[in-house]
Design a protein around this ligand. Structure first.
Ligand SMILES: CC(=O)[C@@H](O)[C@H](O)COP(=O)(O)O
Ligand SMILES: NCC(=O)COP(=O)(O)O
Length: 256
């Protein structure tokens, strides 16, 4: 069954908006785990807009104590700056179960593309090796809708990474327009291609209660979905514990 990793970035957005300690990221993560979430994801960004280095280390302790997975996302090429030791150094300190490499620039409002693996495989390879030597499973953020980039799956495998995380933003947009059919076929094809290349498949970005089930029905073998923005938004109306349980029910209802 697909694992649910809850991304708690948006708890930190609200907390940072007033400069205090509430809402508490750690308490929110513990609530998600109490509700049955399989893991926690964060995407600390160099500008510190939400998750900060101290959150990462605190969440690393919590997930280790709970015996669940911690997934840290980030751009491994982004330089360190005050308050941000750099992605690889953060992983060295936190030792997450999974490191998900995402090619985001500082100016992006959110993640919106995967790697160009034909171009980037060479410089990703040593980073993947270093992270795996730390004991991290390594996942690479990958597009699934642009033919040019999507053909790079074999290049992604050549980096030594364990998984790709399919960027599902375009799927979510298509689903909102009721036009997800062709997109799902493409995602299913890329997922098969990834597994044939020896990569397991994660998925994430803009997944929600309304679009998750159709995605998992169409795209076989998704090991993990990491979900944040929609889940936290829905939790504002329905409560965090109940919302996490609703996502788990969606996942459990998917035909094996
Ligand atoms: C990689 C990805 O698609 C998301 O996990 C990303 O973490 C979202 O980042 P923001 O929460 O900063 O939008
Ligand atoms: N990798 C995707 C993730 O962690 C959360 O993305 P979103 O649900 O906040 O869009």
């Amino acid at each position: 069954m697909t694992a649910l990793s809850v991304n708690v970035n948006k708890i930190a957005v609200l907390r940072n908006s007033r400069g205090g300690s509430e809402p508490d990221v750690l308490r929110a993560a513990a609530t998600c785990l109490d509700a049955g979430a399989h893991g926690i994801t964060v995407h600390p960004r160099p500008d510190g807009r939400h998750i900060r280095a101290d959150d990462v280390l605190a969440l690393a302790r919590l997930t280790r104590e709970r015996g669940v997975e911690f997934n840290i996302e980030g751009n491994p090429f982004a330089p360190a700056r005050e308050g941000y030791p750099g992605f690889v150094e953060l992983c060295r300190q936190a030792r997450p179960a999974q490191a998900t490499l995402v090619p985001d620039g500082d100016g992006q409002i959110t993640s919106d593309h995967g790697f160009d693996f034909a171009r980037d495989a060479g410089r990703l390879r040593p980073l993947v090796r270093e992270l795996k030597q730390m004991g991290c499973r390594v996942s690479l953020f990958a597009d699934a809708w642009e033919p040019v980039r999507a053909e790079g799956i074999e290049h992604a495998a050549s980096t030594g990474a364990d998984r790709v995380e399919l960027y599902t933003g375009p799927y979510a947009d298509a689903a909102a327009a009721g036009e997800e059919g062709p997109m799902l076929e493409r995602f299913a094809g890329i997922a098969r291609r990834a597994r044939a290349a020896g990569l397991e498949v994660n998925a994430g970005h803009d997944l929600s209660q309304s679009n998750l089930g159709r995605f998992l029905e169409a795209v076989e073998g998704v090991r993990e979905v990491s979900i944040g923005h929609a889940l936290i938004s829905e939790a504002l109306y329905d409560g965090l514990h109940r919302t996490v349980q609703r996502y788990l029910q969606v996942i459990a209802s998917v035909r094996a």
